[in-house]
Design a protein around this ligand. Structure first.
Ligand code: SF4
Length: 478
Protein backbone atom coordinates (compact mmCIF):
# COMPACT_ATOMS: atom_id res chain seq x y z
CA UNK A 1 0.00 0.00 0.00
CA UNK A 2 1.25 3.47 -0.87
CA UNK A 3 -0.09 7.00 -0.92
CA UNK A 4 -0.02 9.23 -3.98
CA UNK A 5 -0.64 12.91 -4.54
CA UNK A 6 -0.57 15.26 -7.52
CA UNK A 7 -1.32 18.98 -7.66
CA UNK A 8 -1.75 21.19 -10.68
CA UNK A 9 -1.87 24.87 -9.67
CA UNK A 10 -0.62 28.40 -10.31
CA UNK A 11 2.13 28.87 -7.77
CA UNK A 12 4.74 26.63 -6.11
CA UNK A 13 3.14 23.41 -4.89
CA UNK A 14 6.07 21.75 -3.12
CA UNK A 15 5.01 22.75 0.41
CA UNK A 16 1.46 21.56 -0.25
CA UNK A 17 2.84 18.29 -1.56
CA UNK A 18 5.00 17.68 1.51
CA UNK A 19 2.18 18.64 3.90
CA UNK A 20 -0.30 16.53 1.95
CA UNK A 21 2.03 13.53 2.12
CA UNK A 22 2.24 13.89 5.89
CA UNK A 23 -1.54 13.45 6.09
CA UNK A 24 -1.28 10.13 4.24
CA UNK A 25 1.91 9.01 5.97
CA UNK A 26 0.04 5.99 7.39
CA UNK A 27 -0.10 4.56 3.84
CA UNK A 28 3.68 4.13 3.69
CA UNK A 29 6.63 4.84 5.93
CA UNK A 30 9.52 3.30 3.98
CA UNK A 31 10.23 6.16 1.58
CA UNK A 32 8.87 9.48 0.38
CA UNK A 33 9.42 11.73 -2.62
CA UNK A 34 8.31 14.89 -4.38
CA UNK A 35 8.79 15.93 -8.00
CA UNK A 36 7.91 19.34 -9.44
CA UNK A 37 8.13 20.80 -12.90
CA UNK A 38 9.30 24.30 -13.83
CA UNK A 39 11.44 26.00 -16.50
CA UNK A 40 11.43 22.96 -18.72
CA UNK A 41 12.81 20.52 -16.16
CA UNK A 42 11.82 18.12 -13.42
CA UNK A 43 13.07 18.81 -9.90
CA UNK A 44 12.98 15.90 -7.52
CA UNK A 45 13.87 14.90 -4.01
CA UNK A 46 13.24 11.46 -2.55
CA UNK A 47 14.68 9.19 0.09
CA UNK A 48 13.98 6.54 2.66
CA UNK A 49 12.08 7.15 5.89
CA UNK A 50 9.20 9.32 6.98
CA UNK A 51 8.22 12.46 5.07
CA UNK A 52 9.52 14.64 7.92
CA UNK A 53 12.89 12.84 7.80
CA UNK A 54 13.23 12.91 4.02
CA UNK A 55 12.44 16.65 3.76
CA UNK A 56 13.94 17.85 7.05
CA UNK A 57 16.97 19.52 5.49
CA UNK A 58 15.57 20.31 2.06
CA UNK A 59 15.43 23.91 0.90
CA UNK A 60 11.94 23.84 -0.62
CA UNK A 61 12.76 26.67 -3.04
CA UNK A 62 14.83 24.10 -4.95
CA UNK A 63 11.61 22.23 -5.66
CA UNK A 64 9.91 25.12 -7.42
CA UNK A 65 7.07 24.52 -9.85
CA UNK A 66 3.31 24.89 -10.01
CA UNK A 67 2.83 21.25 -10.94
CA UNK A 68 4.01 18.35 -8.85
CA UNK A 69 3.69 14.76 -7.73
CA UNK A 70 4.29 13.17 -4.33
CA UNK A 71 4.52 9.65 -2.98
CA UNK A 72 4.81 7.73 0.29
CA UNK A 73 5.96 4.15 -0.10
CA UNK A 74 5.28 0.96 1.76
CA UNK A 75 7.36 -1.72 0.11
CA UNK A 76 5.10 -4.79 -0.08
CA UNK A 77 7.33 -6.19 -2.80
CA UNK A 78 10.71 -4.78 -3.76
CA UNK A 79 13.36 -3.13 -1.69
CA UNK A 80 13.02 -0.38 0.89
CA UNK A 81 16.01 1.44 -0.60
CA UNK A 82 16.08 4.95 -2.03
CA UNK A 83 16.38 3.67 -5.61
CA UNK A 84 12.86 2.25 -5.30
CA UNK A 85 11.34 5.49 -3.97
CA UNK A 86 8.87 7.31 -6.22
CA UNK A 87 8.23 9.54 -8.23
CA UNK A 88 9.92 8.17 -11.35
CA UNK A 89 10.57 10.10 -14.55
CA UNK A 90 11.79 9.47 -18.12
CA UNK A 91 13.03 11.93 -20.76
CA UNK A 92 12.02 10.06 -23.88
CA UNK A 93 9.86 10.37 -25.99
CA UNK A 94 8.65 13.20 -23.72
CA UNK A 95 9.48 14.20 -20.20
CA UNK A 96 7.03 12.02 -18.28
CA UNK A 97 6.82 11.69 -14.49
CA UNK A 98 4.63 9.23 -12.62
CA UNK A 99 3.57 8.00 -9.20
CA UNK A 100 1.42 4.96 -8.55
CA UNK A 101 -0.28 2.96 -5.83
CA UNK A 102 -0.98 -0.74 -6.30
CA UNK A 103 0.71 -3.85 -7.61
CA UNK A 104 1.38 -5.15 -11.11
CA UNK A 105 0.82 -8.90 -11.26
CA UNK A 106 2.25 -9.73 -14.70
CA UNK A 107 5.59 -8.08 -13.86
CA UNK A 108 7.78 -10.99 -15.03
CA UNK A 109 6.36 -10.93 -18.54
CA UNK A 110 6.25 -7.13 -18.75
CA UNK A 111 9.83 -6.75 -17.56
CA UNK A 112 10.97 -9.22 -20.21
CA UNK A 113 9.10 -7.48 -23.04
CA UNK A 114 10.34 -4.04 -21.99
CA UNK A 115 13.91 -5.29 -21.69
CA UNK A 116 14.14 -7.61 -24.70
CA UNK A 117 11.82 -5.98 -27.23
CA UNK A 118 11.96 -2.28 -26.40
CA UNK A 119 15.44 -2.20 -24.82
CA UNK A 120 14.26 -0.31 -21.79
CA UNK A 121 16.43 -0.82 -18.72
CA UNK A 122 14.12 -1.80 -15.88
CA UNK A 123 16.47 -0.99 -13.03
CA UNK A 124 14.41 -1.25 -9.90
CA UNK A 125 11.86 -3.60 -8.38
CA UNK A 126 9.27 -0.82 -8.34
CA UNK A 127 6.16 -1.43 -10.45
CA UNK A 128 5.89 2.22 -11.39
CA UNK A 129 8.79 1.66 -13.80
CA UNK A 130 6.72 -0.95 -15.64
CA UNK A 131 3.73 1.37 -15.86
CA UNK A 132 5.81 4.37 -16.85
CA UNK A 133 7.85 2.51 -19.50
CA UNK A 134 4.75 0.86 -20.95
CA UNK A 135 3.13 4.30 -21.19
CA UNK A 136 6.24 5.97 -22.66
CA UNK A 137 6.96 3.11 -25.07
CA UNK A 138 3.47 3.23 -26.54
CA UNK A 139 3.82 6.97 -27.18
CA UNK A 140 7.27 6.38 -28.64
CA UNK A 141 5.94 3.69 -31.01
CA UNK A 142 3.25 6.07 -32.22
CA UNK A 143 6.09 8.42 -33.14
CA UNK A 144 3.98 11.54 -32.89
CA UNK A 145 5.43 15.00 -33.23
CA UNK A 146 2.33 16.37 -31.59
CA UNK A 147 0.30 14.41 -29.07
CA UNK A 148 -3.30 15.29 -28.47
CA UNK A 149 -5.82 14.18 -25.91
CA UNK A 150 -7.03 11.25 -28.05
CA UNK A 151 -3.44 9.93 -28.21
CA UNK A 152 -3.19 10.11 -24.44
CA UNK A 153 -6.49 8.28 -23.94
CA UNK A 154 -5.32 5.63 -26.39
CA UNK A 155 -2.06 5.31 -24.45
CA UNK A 156 -3.88 4.86 -21.14
CA UNK A 157 -6.11 2.26 -22.76
CA UNK A 158 -3.03 0.41 -23.96
CA UNK A 159 -1.57 0.49 -20.43
CA UNK A 160 -4.87 -0.76 -18.96
CA UNK A 161 -4.90 -3.60 -21.48
CA UNK A 162 -1.24 -4.56 -21.07
CA UNK A 163 -0.54 -4.07 -17.39
CA UNK A 164 -2.49 -6.49 -15.16
CA UNK A 165 -3.19 -5.85 -11.52
CA UNK A 166 -4.23 -2.91 -9.39
CA UNK A 167 -2.95 0.60 -9.98
CA UNK A 168 -3.94 4.19 -9.54
CA UNK A 169 -1.53 6.52 -11.33
CA UNK A 170 -0.88 10.23 -11.53
CA UNK A 171 1.40 11.44 -14.28
CA UNK A 172 2.66 14.69 -15.78
CA UNK A 173 3.62 14.88 -19.45
CA UNK A 174 5.91 17.81 -20.13
CA UNK A 175 4.19 20.55 -22.08
CA UNK A 176 1.01 18.47 -22.48
CA UNK A 177 -0.71 18.23 -19.14
CA UNK A 178 -1.58 16.33 -16.06
CA UNK A 179 -3.17 12.90 -16.21
CA UNK A 180 -4.71 10.62 -13.56
CA UNK A 181 -6.01 7.12 -14.29
CA UNK A 182 -7.04 3.87 -12.66
CA UNK A 183 -6.92 0.19 -13.57
CA UNK A 184 -10.02 -1.30 -15.24
CA UNK A 185 -11.39 -2.56 -11.89
CA UNK A 186 -10.78 0.55 -9.77
CA UNK A 187 -9.21 -1.58 -7.04
CA UNK A 188 -7.08 1.14 -5.44
CA UNK A 189 -8.57 4.54 -4.60
CA UNK A 190 -7.95 7.76 -6.51
CA UNK A 191 -9.81 10.90 -5.48
CA UNK A 192 -10.17 14.24 -7.20
CA UNK A 193 -10.44 17.60 -5.47
CA UNK A 194 -10.23 21.25 -6.40
CA UNK A 195 -9.76 24.72 -5.00
CA UNK A 196 -11.19 27.82 -6.66
CA UNK A 197 -8.63 30.66 -6.52
CA UNK A 198 -8.37 34.17 -8.04
CA UNK A 199 -6.15 32.72 -10.72
CA UNK A 200 -8.42 29.80 -11.59
CA UNK A 201 -9.18 26.28 -10.38
CA UNK A 202 -6.39 24.22 -8.81
CA UNK A 203 -6.78 20.46 -9.16
CA UNK A 204 -5.57 17.77 -6.82
CA UNK A 205 -5.58 13.96 -7.05
CA UNK A 206 -4.74 11.71 -4.14
CA UNK A 207 -5.37 8.38 -2.39
CA UNK A 208 -7.50 9.76 0.46
CA UNK A 209 -9.85 12.68 0.93
CA UNK A 210 -8.27 13.52 4.30
CA UNK A 211 -5.62 15.34 2.21
CA UNK A 212 -8.32 17.72 0.90
CA UNK A 213 -9.42 18.66 4.42
CA UNK A 214 -5.82 19.17 5.46
CA UNK A 215 -4.89 21.36 2.47
CA UNK A 216 -8.23 23.18 2.11
CA UNK A 217 -9.48 21.62 -1.15
CA UNK A 218 -13.03 20.52 -1.94
CA UNK A 219 -13.66 16.84 -2.59
CA UNK A 220 -15.07 16.52 -6.10
CA UNK A 221 -15.38 12.76 -6.65
CA UNK A 222 -13.65 9.37 -6.86
CA UNK A 223 -12.21 8.35 -10.21
CA UNK A 224 -14.20 5.45 -11.57
CA UNK A 225 -12.83 2.06 -12.57
CA UNK A 226 -10.95 2.43 -15.86
CA UNK A 227 -11.27 6.21 -15.96
CA UNK A 228 -8.71 8.81 -17.08
CA UNK A 229 -8.88 12.49 -16.13
CA UNK A 230 -6.71 14.95 -18.02
CA UNK A 231 -5.96 18.61 -17.22
CA UNK A 232 -4.59 20.29 -20.35
CA UNK A 233 -2.17 23.21 -20.52
CA UNK A 234 -5.11 25.65 -20.52
CA UNK A 235 -6.22 24.12 -17.21
CA UNK A 236 -9.25 22.58 -18.86
CA UNK A 237 -10.47 19.29 -17.38
CA UNK A 238 -11.36 16.32 -19.59
CA UNK A 239 -12.36 12.83 -18.52
CA UNK A 240 -13.28 9.56 -20.15
CA UNK A 241 -14.11 6.02 -19.15
CA UNK A 242 -11.64 3.83 -21.01
CA UNK A 243 -11.01 0.13 -20.41
CA UNK A 244 -13.59 -0.69 -17.79
CA UNK A 245 -14.37 -4.03 -16.15
CA UNK A 246 -16.66 -4.82 -13.24
CA UNK A 247 -15.59 -2.47 -10.45
CA UNK A 248 -13.91 -4.11 -7.42
CA UNK A 249 -12.92 -1.51 -4.86
CA UNK A 250 -10.62 -2.85 -2.11
CA UNK A 251 -12.84 -3.37 0.94
CA UNK A 252 -9.75 -3.42 3.16
CA UNK A 253 -9.54 0.37 2.69
CA UNK A 254 -12.64 0.58 4.90
CA UNK A 255 -11.47 -2.16 7.22
CA UNK A 256 -7.94 -1.07 7.96
CA UNK A 257 -5.83 1.02 5.57
CA UNK A 258 -7.57 4.35 5.34
CA UNK A 259 -7.86 7.10 7.90
CA UNK A 260 -11.22 7.16 9.64
CA UNK A 261 -11.88 10.71 8.37
CA UNK A 262 -11.48 9.74 4.71
CA UNK A 263 -14.38 9.13 2.34
CA UNK A 264 -14.54 6.61 -0.51
CA UNK A 265 -17.52 6.19 -2.81
CA UNK A 266 -19.44 8.70 -0.64
CA UNK A 267 -18.94 6.57 2.49
CA UNK A 268 -17.05 7.86 5.51
CA UNK A 269 -14.57 5.27 6.76
CA UNK A 270 -15.46 5.87 10.45
CA UNK A 271 -19.18 5.24 9.75
CA UNK A 272 -18.35 2.11 7.77
CA UNK A 273 -16.38 0.76 10.71
CA UNK A 274 -19.25 1.46 13.14
CA UNK A 275 -21.60 -0.32 10.72
CA UNK A 276 -19.25 -3.32 10.54
CA UNK A 277 -18.97 -3.32 14.35
CA UNK A 278 -22.75 -3.37 14.73
CA UNK A 279 -22.99 -6.22 12.26
CA UNK A 280 -20.67 -8.27 14.49
CA UNK A 281 -23.41 -8.47 17.12
CA UNK A 282 -25.06 -11.41 15.36
CA UNK A 283 -21.76 -13.33 15.22
CA UNK A 284 -21.02 -12.73 18.91
CA UNK A 285 -24.52 -13.83 19.91
CA UNK A 286 -24.31 -16.93 17.70
CA UNK A 287 -21.12 -17.91 19.50
CA UNK A 288 -22.99 -17.92 22.83
CA UNK A 289 -20.51 -15.77 24.76
CA UNK A 290 -21.63 -12.97 27.09
CA UNK A 291 -18.84 -10.41 27.51
CA UNK A 292 -18.79 -8.01 30.48
CA UNK A 293 -16.96 -5.37 28.47
CA UNK A 294 -15.88 -4.73 24.89
CA UNK A 295 -12.42 -3.33 24.22
CA UNK A 296 -10.59 -2.42 21.01
CA UNK A 297 -7.09 -2.99 19.73
CA UNK A 298 -5.96 0.63 19.38
CA UNK A 299 -6.25 2.57 17.19
CA UNK A 300 -7.87 1.20 14.08
CA UNK A 301 -10.46 -0.98 15.89
CA UNK A 302 -12.08 1.77 17.98
CA UNK A 303 -15.04 2.33 15.65
CA UNK A 304 -15.74 -1.41 15.26
CA UNK A 305 -15.67 -1.93 19.03
CA UNK A 306 -17.87 1.08 19.78
CA UNK A 307 -20.37 -0.08 17.11
CA UNK A 308 -20.48 -3.58 18.59
CA UNK A 309 -20.83 -2.23 22.15
CA UNK A 310 -23.71 0.03 21.09
CA UNK A 311 -25.48 -2.82 19.29
CA UNK A 312 -25.04 -5.26 22.20
CA UNK A 313 -25.63 -2.72 24.96
CA UNK A 314 -22.42 -3.85 26.65
CA UNK A 315 -19.99 -1.22 28.02
CA UNK A 316 -17.12 -0.20 25.73
CA UNK A 317 -13.85 0.44 27.55
CA UNK A 318 -10.35 1.35 26.45
CA UNK A 319 -8.59 -1.71 27.91
CA UNK A 320 -5.22 -1.27 26.23
CA UNK A 321 -3.07 1.84 26.55
CA UNK A 322 -1.11 2.67 23.42
CA UNK A 323 2.28 4.31 23.22
CA UNK A 324 2.21 6.14 19.88
CA UNK A 325 5.96 6.59 19.74
CA UNK A 326 6.99 2.95 19.46
CA UNK A 327 7.86 1.63 15.99
CA UNK A 328 6.13 -1.17 14.13
CA UNK A 329 6.53 -4.57 15.73
CA UNK A 330 6.89 -6.67 12.59
CA UNK A 331 10.15 -5.08 11.51
CA UNK A 332 11.76 -5.97 14.81
CA UNK A 333 14.32 -8.71 14.17
CA UNK A 334 13.41 -11.53 16.57
CA UNK A 335 10.42 -12.93 18.41
CA UNK A 336 11.57 -11.94 21.91
CA UNK A 337 12.21 -8.33 20.86
CA UNK A 338 8.92 -8.27 18.95
CA UNK A 339 7.12 -9.34 22.11
CA UNK A 340 8.79 -6.56 24.08
CA UNK A 341 7.90 -4.00 21.41
CA UNK A 342 4.24 -5.09 21.46
CA UNK A 343 4.31 -4.72 25.25
CA UNK A 344 5.82 -1.24 24.99
CA UNK A 345 3.26 -0.32 22.37
CA UNK A 346 0.17 -1.80 24.01
CA UNK A 347 -0.21 -2.23 27.74
CA UNK A 348 -3.37 -3.55 29.44
CA UNK A 349 -5.09 -1.22 31.89
CA UNK A 350 -5.27 -3.59 34.85
CA UNK A 351 -8.35 -2.33 36.70
CA UNK A 352 -10.42 -2.27 33.52
CA UNK A 353 -9.75 -5.85 32.55
CA UNK A 354 -9.21 -7.69 35.84
CA UNK A 355 -11.78 -10.48 36.46
CA UNK A 356 -13.74 -9.52 33.34
CA UNK A 357 -14.98 -11.55 30.40
CA UNK A 358 -13.66 -9.47 27.53
CA UNK A 359 -14.57 -9.27 23.86
CA UNK A 360 -11.49 -7.72 22.28
CA UNK A 361 -12.22 -6.35 18.81
CA UNK A 362 -9.69 -5.96 16.02
CA UNK A 363 -10.12 -5.08 12.34
CA UNK A 364 -8.72 -8.43 11.20
CA UNK A 365 -6.45 -11.31 12.17
CA UNK A 366 -3.71 -11.74 9.57
CA UNK A 367 -0.70 -13.59 10.98
CA UNK A 368 -2.00 -13.79 14.54
CA UNK A 369 1.26 -12.65 16.11
CA UNK A 370 0.04 -9.40 17.69
CA UNK A 371 -3.34 -10.95 18.58
CA UNK A 372 -1.53 -13.72 20.49
CA UNK A 373 0.53 -11.22 22.48
CA UNK A 374 -2.58 -9.22 23.31
CA UNK A 375 -4.44 -12.29 24.59
CA UNK A 376 -1.43 -13.30 26.70
CA UNK A 377 -1.16 -9.81 28.19
CA UNK A 378 -4.87 -9.64 29.00
CA UNK A 379 -4.74 -13.03 30.71
CA UNK A 380 -1.60 -12.07 32.57
CA UNK A 381 -3.35 -8.96 33.87
CA UNK A 382 -6.31 -10.93 35.21
CA UNK A 383 -8.90 -11.20 32.40
CA UNK A 384 -11.29 -14.05 33.24
CA UNK A 385 -12.07 -14.95 29.62
CA UNK A 386 -11.00 -13.42 26.27
CA UNK A 387 -13.02 -13.63 23.04
CA UNK A 388 -10.95 -12.37 20.13
CA UNK A 389 -13.31 -10.79 17.63
CA UNK A 390 -12.43 -9.84 14.04
CA UNK A 391 -14.58 -7.29 12.20
CA UNK A 392 -13.58 -8.93 8.93
CA UNK A 393 -13.85 -12.55 7.77
CA UNK A 394 -10.85 -14.91 8.00
CA UNK A 395 -7.99 -13.73 5.74
CA UNK A 396 -7.37 -17.00 3.87
CA UNK A 397 -5.89 -15.89 0.57
CA UNK A 398 -2.94 -13.68 -0.30
CA UNK A 399 -3.54 -10.15 -1.57
CA UNK A 400 -1.88 -9.77 -4.96
CA UNK A 401 -2.82 -6.12 -5.32
CA UNK A 402 -0.21 -4.36 -3.22
CA UNK A 403 -1.06 -5.19 0.38
CA UNK A 404 1.45 -6.89 2.62
CA UNK A 405 -0.40 -10.23 2.78
CA UNK A 406 1.02 -11.93 -0.28
CA UNK A 407 2.32 -15.19 1.18
CA UNK A 408 -0.28 -17.83 2.02
CA UNK A 409 1.79 -19.72 4.56
CA UNK A 410 1.90 -16.60 6.77
CA UNK A 411 -1.89 -16.29 6.98
CA UNK A 412 -3.11 -18.03 10.11
CA UNK A 413 -6.66 -18.58 8.76
CA UNK A 414 -5.29 -20.20 5.60
CA UNK A 415 -3.67 -22.89 7.67
CA UNK A 416 -5.84 -23.41 10.78
CA UNK A 417 -9.49 -23.92 11.68
CA UNK A 418 -11.19 -21.31 13.88
CA UNK A 419 -10.83 -23.56 16.96
CA UNK A 420 -7.15 -24.06 16.19
CA UNK A 421 -6.72 -20.30 15.89
CA UNK A 422 -8.35 -19.81 19.32
CA UNK A 423 -5.99 -22.40 20.75
CA UNK A 424 -3.00 -20.81 19.08
CA UNK A 425 -3.94 -17.34 20.39
CA UNK A 426 -4.66 -18.76 23.85
CA UNK A 427 -8.21 -17.35 24.11
CA UNK A 428 -11.60 -18.92 24.87
CA UNK A 429 -13.13 -18.06 21.49
CA UNK A 430 -12.26 -16.49 18.16
CA UNK A 431 -15.22 -14.82 16.48
CA UNK A 432 -15.07 -13.67 12.88
CA UNK A 433 -17.46 -11.80 10.65
CA UNK A 434 -18.46 -14.16 7.86
CA UNK A 435 -17.85 -13.61 4.15
CA UNK A 436 -21.63 -13.62 3.63
CA UNK A 437 -22.02 -11.05 6.42
CA UNK A 438 -19.43 -8.75 4.81
CA UNK A 439 -21.01 -9.14 1.38
CA UNK A 440 -24.43 -8.33 2.80
CA UNK A 441 -22.97 -5.07 4.16
CA UNK A 442 -21.57 -4.21 0.73
CA UNK A 443 -24.29 -5.55 -1.51
CA UNK A 444 -24.71 -2.09 -3.06
CA UNK A 445 -20.99 -1.42 -3.64
CA UNK A 446 -18.89 -3.63 -5.93
CA UNK A 447 -15.91 -4.63 -3.78
CA UNK A 448 -12.79 -6.76 -4.01
CA UNK A 449 -12.88 -9.33 -1.20
CA UNK A 450 -10.32 -11.71 -2.70
CA UNK A 451 -8.26 -12.06 0.50
CA UNK A 452 -11.39 -13.53 2.14
CA UNK A 453 -12.97 -15.34 -0.81
CA UNK A 454 -10.08 -16.21 -3.16
CA UNK A 455 -12.11 -14.66 -6.01
CA UNK A 456 -9.60 -12.33 -7.65
CA UNK A 457 -11.33 -9.72 -9.85
CA UNK A 458 -8.48 -9.72 -12.39
CA UNK A 459 -8.27 -13.51 -12.50
CA UNK A 460 -5.08 -15.27 -11.45
CA UNK A 461 -2.98 -18.23 -12.48
CA UNK A 462 -0.93 -20.54 -10.26
CA UNK A 463 2.22 -19.31 -12.05
CA UNK A 464 1.51 -15.64 -11.31
CA UNK A 465 0.66 -16.45 -7.69
CA UNK A 466 3.96 -18.30 -7.35
CA UNK A 467 5.89 -15.40 -8.96
CA UNK A 468 4.33 -12.92 -6.53
CA UNK A 469 5.14 -15.16 -3.54
CA UNK A 470 8.69 -15.64 -4.66
CA UNK A 471 9.20 -11.89 -5.27
CA UNK A 472 7.75 -11.20 -1.82
CA UNK A 473 10.03 -13.76 -0.17
CA UNK A 474 13.06 -12.22 -1.93
CA UNK A 475 12.26 -8.83 -0.43
CA UNK A 476 11.15 -10.38 2.84
CA UNK A 477 10.54 -8.05 5.70
CA UNK A 478 8.59 -10.38 8.00
S1 SF4 B 1 -7.33 -8.91 -1.88
FE1 SF4 B 1 -8.08 -7.93 0.00
S2 SF4 B 1 -6.52 -6.40 0.54
FE2 SF4 B 1 -6.15 -7.02 -1.58
S3 SF4 B 1 -7.23 -5.53 -2.84
FE3 SF4 B 1 -8.66 -7.21 -2.52
S4 SF4 B 1 -9.79 -6.69 -0.65
FE4 SF4 B 1 -8.02 -5.34 -0.77
Amino acid sequence: MCGILGICGFEDVSSELVNGLISIQHRGQDAAGVLTYSDGRFRMHKGTGLVSQVFRKVDMSVLEGNIGLGHVRYATIGSTEAIDAQPFAVNYPYGIAMVHNGNVINFVKLRKVLNDVYHRMVETSNDVELLLYTFATYLQEKNLSHIGIEDLYETVEFVQQTVKGAYSCITYIKGKGFLAFTDPYGIRPLMMGRKITDKGTKYIFTSETAVFDYLGYDYVRDLEAGEAVFIDMDNKLHSRLLKRKKEAFCVFEYIYFAREDSVFRQRLVASERVRMGKALKERVEESGVKPDIIIDVPNSAYFFASGLAEAMDVPYRRGLAKNRFVGRSFITPNAELRKRVVRQKLNPIRDIIKDKKIAVVDDSIVRGTTSRHIVHMLKEYGAKEVYFTSASPPVKYPCIYGIDMSVKKELIAANCTIDEIAESLGCEKVIYQTLEGLRELYKDLPICDACFSGEYPTGITKEILAEIESEKLKSDRV
